[in-house]
Design a protein around this ligand. Structure first.
Ligand code: NCD
Length: 308
């Protein structure tokens, strides 16, 4: 592999820190990781990844760990901060200043917005933001882009809808920013109370055409990519507000049949009831392929940031 861009030692905090050229490069390195993900490698032998997860996770933590193992490295970490000194009152910066002695790179998931940025200010080793509250999830956005490119052969020229909880969903914040670097049409479909954060819309509205709407059925026939998300119950300040929007969008076979034949359906997972299980066997359903893509993209990121 030829290094054309500099990633060694970089933090991955926000998708906004990356240019289109850099994103394309990450996607290219991810493609090169596909055979290595199947065969395994020792490129990162003796390197240690720490996964510090202060919030629940299945895919992000385990795929970071699997990615490191597939590259020959090792992992340490925790999936429940309640069994660490955080329970005794230790703050995030002290936790980071401890773990940096044990690991070459840290993947951090934390409920607070700004947590990854804060951690990076204290850390001597690179920080990978694995989800910072409702704010950002940059590595998920990269695997979402990778999935779109792999499935559709391109990103430019597509009509892409982000659907569901655009207010509290961090994946859609990072993905909307990433997509704004491409020549696409973006549809933001949500209930009024869960509209895309103003800060995100303002930061991308001059780069990309945006249509905001509540009605999913209306836009389905036009779009190429449908990215639906879970309503983020745990982030609602008021449970009554959650009840009003719970189950608002549901994709079933009827929805799929009203779309283009080559529509693809993505979801960062976990799903609740947004996608009926009957959809899983349709050619449009790509959310489990997306899970595999998470491995190769995270392998690429570990490889690039650790400068292997
Ligand atoms: C997402 C997350 O944690 O933000 N999950 C993931 O990382 N794949 C989406 C969600 O929890 O709804």
């Amino acid at each position: 592999m030829v290094f054309s861009l500099k990633f060694t030692g970089r933090n991955i905090i926000s998708i906004e820190d990356f240019s289109r050229k850099e994103i394309n490069y990450i996607l290219q390195v991810s493609r090169n990781m596909e055979p290595i993900a199947s065969k395994g490698s020792d490129i990162l032998k003796r390197k240690i990844l720490a996964t510090l997860f202060f919030e629940p996770s299945t895919r992000t933590r385990l795929s970071f760990e699997a990615a490191m193992l597939k590259l020959g490295g090792s992992t340490i970490g925790f999936a429940d901060a309640d069994i660490t000194s955080v329970k005794k009152g230790e703050n995030l910066s002290d936790t980071i200043r401890t773990i940096e002695n044990y690991a070459d790179i840290i993947a951090l998931r934390h409920p607070l917005e700004g947590s990854a940025k804060l951690a990076a200010e204290f850390s001597r080793v690179p920080i990978l933001n694995a989800g910072s509250g409702a704010e950002e999830h940059p590595t998920q956005a990269l695997m979402d882009l990778y999935t779109i490119q792999k499935e559709k052969g391109r990103i430019d020229g597509l009509k892409i809808a982000l659907v569901g909880d655009l207010r509290y969903g961090r994946t859609v914040h990072s993905l909307a920013c990433a997509l704004s670097l491409f020549d696409i049409e973006l549809y933001l479909i949500s209930p009024e109370s869960l509209r895309m954060r103003k800060g995100v819309v303002d930061s991308i509205k001059n780069q990309v055409s945006i249509t905001e709407d509540k009605n999913l059925d209306k836009i389905i026939p036009q779009i190429d990519v449908l990215y639906i998300t879970r309503i983020q119950k745990e982030r609602f300040p008021d449970p009554a507000e959650y009840s009003k929007v719970k189950g608002v969008y549901k994709i079933d076979l009827k929805t799929i049949s009203s779309g283009k034949n080559d529509l693809i359906l993505l979801h960062p997972l976990p799903r609740l009831d947004e996608i009926a299980s009957e959809v899983d066997d349709t050619p449009q359903a790509k959310y489990f392929q997306q899970v595999w893509n998470g491995i190769v993209v995270r392998m690429a990121l570990l490889f690039l940031v650790l400068g292997a």
